[in-house]
Design a protein. Structure first.
Lengths: 482, 316
């Protein structure tokens, strides 16, 4: 899934030409505010987002982004591809294209999916402006205000604003080391059913989840697919990282297990080629696809033809798997560097996941540390991470967790960045112990407790006392793990 | 006139500053000024000199912006600047110092106790928490001494909440204060050249208090300006704000935040040397209620900066 870019836009860096109208008196604002659609009420900016903007400073080691490393893409290849497009297909590449994308693009997508054992019918595929648009279009197609949707806890932070803007009633189901707890999911479905409600879909990033870094086990994948069929609920499988596996054996995609009846698949080239070209796709059963396609016409008519041409040139070289392998080898070393640094620098009460692929590690601190506040302190040490609350629909869970990215920093930067974060955590732990005059026992989040009650699921999750972020994703203590 | 707009910087309130500055730049340009936007960084002094600046508009917020730092530099460079002078900025940015000065001047401010982290680490301040809690009562407010926009401010409803609130506040500053929580109406009085503008009342729409998000997002908080107060109350509130202005030695403009308690006594929480000038900020709102457009307000701020009389006694 593409990551919302944290960097400043040119507008923010401030150009002044006097062309922006100074129209913002309080009265003007009230007038505009009166025009806003109801759904904008739940579309939120946040202090966290403002803090994230600071992470773009060059001196900051940012473990906050979700960025793949695009520096390894050969500039000569880029130039040659664009040159060929200019010479051979300039007019076509500059023209509108079909709403669902070029057939050749769909064939390339089929190749990518085949690498994970899937073989979709090209008619079921639509090329989208990044995987993010696929998510948005699926939500647009399926969700009425108030409709329940289910996602993991924590979930992809970029999915939260999508669910919010369609006014979905999002429920989160806790995960453990094997991904989403299917037993908890069943309980939630039962509870919803008892209230006469059926969720429109279950959103999952089953492989190397963003942000938790965990992977749904094979057994649970089968249960999830069976459950979807039995309850006639759709599953949206978002799989941006599936090919970025660094060790262990691949698990079958949900789409493959299900055959495409109840699973809508979302893919992207962002992590295996480039996020800048904004190319993703959705695979859905024909009736759903028809509506998605209509939705896409309304949104942007078609995905950029130019970048589809770019991608086609790239796939024509048929070296894409080599490139993915080279990325995997770089990211594997970086993941190892991060895990080693965590082991060395994070103080005792902290725990974290051990991803077998993807881009992220999810770390959980004692419950008395709020990672949004900790970020302020970390920024003074010129290091950044994503506070865990971003991965929760209500913004109140996950307050003691953080997402750490290892794909877009060098091994030295990872070592140093983790060291700095470890230091600020250590300061806060020591301060807390001094204030309370005790050495707090292991936080509830520390041991993997399969029977830990979920505070993240349930129809009334939003109104509960949510100060127990740790038990959402019980993480292993490091000594047991290494 | 060539006006340099100082903005951004490294502060946690960088984004707020950029939003303030964007409006200011538009207003200055609309009034025919030659606007030089300057994102505060290592080359700031160099660029200020290079630009041939007539006057600097300081739209920086938070530590490093409204704590006297850029003001001191501008003094040295001999460039006039908007807002309060160095000393007043230092006093306003440091909530603890400000409260001492207010109390000494007889301006009501909620009772408080302040600590730095050394007090806990090296002097065993934790052992005094019971006494502090007894004195201040619950709920109490824990806040960093130097930080704006409600960042790091926590409410503690019971003793159990205090350690976590302290850890949060210490994330922003090495010094924090525990303050008695005053239940009442939240008011803000902006002052322009010592004259109070109409009072703004702040009513958060949702259960979340006047937090960062509520501050900067349209429609999250209701603002009433002029506040629905009787003449006597309005006068009392404005009078207290003016006394805070004097106690802190402010010049130019500022915003004083207060709570009108159950006995109708206005209690000053803090004064902001560089109040926000964003879409949802209170100073522009108050100015508008007083009949000043944003352009006029900005023009006035600039002309106050250029006034010949020194804002503070010259330092030898």
């Amino acid at each position: 899934m593409p990551e919302p870019d944290d960097r400043r836009t040119p507008a923010e860096t401030g150009s002044v030409g006097g062309h922006r109208r100074a129209h913002q008196t309080a009265r003007d604002l009230e007038r505009y505010a009166g025009l806003f659609a109801e759904r904008t009420r739940v579309m939120r900016s946040s202090a966290m987002r403002d803090l994230m903007a600071i992470t773009a400073r060059p001196e900051v080691i940012s473990l906050a982004g979700g960025l793949p490393d695009t520096s390894t893409f050969p500039p000569e290849t880029f130039a040659a591809q664009m040159m060929r497009i200019a010479h051979e297909s300039a007019a076509e590449a500059l023209q509108y294209g079909p709403t669902e994308g070029f057939d050749a693009m769909k064939a390339a997508i089929r190749d990518v999916m085949a690498a994970e054992g899937m073989s979709p019918d090209p008619d079921d595929v639509i090329v989208t402006t990044g995987g993010q648009q696929a998510l948005d279009l699926i939500a647009k197609t399926l969700l009425d205000p108030g409709d329940p949707v289910i996602c993991e806890a924590p979930t992809y932070p970029g999915a939260v604003p999508v669910f919010c803007s369609y006014q979905a009633d999002a429920h989160q189901v806790e995960m453990d080391g094997e991904g989403m707890r299917i037993d908890r999911l069943e309980e939630l479905l039962d509870r919803l059913a008892a209230a006469g409600r059926r969720p429109k879909f279950i959103y999952s990033v089953p492989s190397f989840q963003n942000p938790a870094g965990v992977t749904l086990s094979g057994e649970r994948r089968r249960r999830l697919v069976a459950l979807a069929r039995e309850r006639e609920v759709l599953v949206v499988e978002d799989n941006p990282y599936g090919l970025l596996r660094y060790d262990g054996e691949p698990e079958p995609p949900l789409y493959q297990l299900d055959g495409g009846d109840y699973v809508i698949y979302v893919g992207t080239l962002s992590k295996i080629l480039s996020p800048g070209i904004r190319l993703g796709w959705a695979v859905a059963p024909p009736p759903v696809m028809e509506k998605i396609s209509l939705g896409k016409q309304a949104t942007d008519l078609c995905t950029s033809t130019l970048t589809q041409y770019f991608a086609l040139e790239y796939f024509a070289e048929s070296r894409w798997r080599e490139y993915v392998e080279s990325l995997c080898s770089i990211y594997r070393s970086r993941r190892d560097a991060m895990l080693e640094a965590l082991e060395r620098h994070f103080p005792e009460p902290a725990t974290w996941t051990q991803p077998q692929g993807g881009l992220f590690v999810w770390a959980t601190l004692p419950p008395y540390i709020d990672t949004s506040d900790l970020l302020a302190k970390a920024l003074r040490e010129n290091v950044a991470f994503v506070p865990g609350a971003a991965a929760y629909v209500d913004g109140r869970h996950g307050t003691s967790s953080m997402r750490l990215n290892f794909s877009s920093s060098t091994e030295d930067q990872l070592q140093e960045g983790v060291r700095r974060i470890g230091k600020v955590i250590g300061d806060q732990v020591a301060l807390y112990e001094t204030i309370t005059g005790e050495h707090p026992v292991a936080s509830p989040s520390s041991p993997a407790t399969p029977d830990a009650p979920s505070h993240a699921e349930g129809a009334d999750a939003d109104t509960r006392e949510l100060r127990t972020p740790g038990d959402v994703v019980p993480l292993r203590r490091r000594r047991e793990e290494i | 006139m060539r006006v340099a707009v100082l903005k951004g910087g490294k502060s946690l309130e960088r984004q707020v500053s950029l939003r303030s500055a964007a409006r200011v730049e538009d207003a200055l340009a609309a009034s025919g000024h030659d606007v030089v936007p300057l994102d505060a960084g290592a080359d700031l002094v160099h660029r200020l000199k290079e630009a041939g600046t007539d006057v600097a508009f300081i739209a920086l917020h938070g530590p490093g912006g409204e704590d006297g730092t850029p003001q001191e530099l501008l003094e040295i460079l001999g460039i006039p600047y908007t807002g309060p002078g160095v000393t007043a900025c230092i006093r306003c940015m440091d909530k603890v110092l400000a409260k001492h000065l207010l109390r000494a001047a007889g301006v009501p401010t909620p009772d408080w106790v302040a600590f730095n982290s050394t007090a806990f680490r090296e002097l065993g301040a934790a052992d005094a928490l019971d006494e502090i809690e007894q004195r201040l009562g619950f709920p109490l407010v824990v806040k960093p001494a130097a930080q704006g926009s409600s960042l790091g401010v926590r409410f503690a409803a019971s003793p159990d909440d205090v350690p976590e609130a302290l850890v949060a506040a210490f994330s922003y500053d090495d010094r924090v204060l525990l303050e008695r929580y005053v239940n009442g109406r939240e008011l803000a009085v902006s002052l322009l050249d010592g004259e109070p503008l109409p009072v703004v009342e702040v009513n958060p729409r949702e259960e979340d208090r006047y937090n960062y998000e509520a501050r900067y997002e349209i429609g999250r908080t209701d603002f009433v300006c002029p506040a629905d107060l009787g003449d006597a109350e309005t006068h009392a509130v404005q009078d207290v704000a003016r006394r805070a202005w004097e106690a802190l030695g402010i010049s130019g403009f500022a915003r004083v935040d207060l709570v009108l308690d159950a006995d109708s006594t206005p209690q000053v929480l803090e004064a902001n040397a560089i109040p926000g000038l964003t879409d949802t900020s209170l100073l522009p709102m108050a100015a508008e209620a007083a009949g000043l457009t944003f352009e006029e307000l900005v023009e006035r701020m600039v002309s106050l900066a250029l006034r010949p009389d020194p804002r503070e006694p010259a330092r030898a």
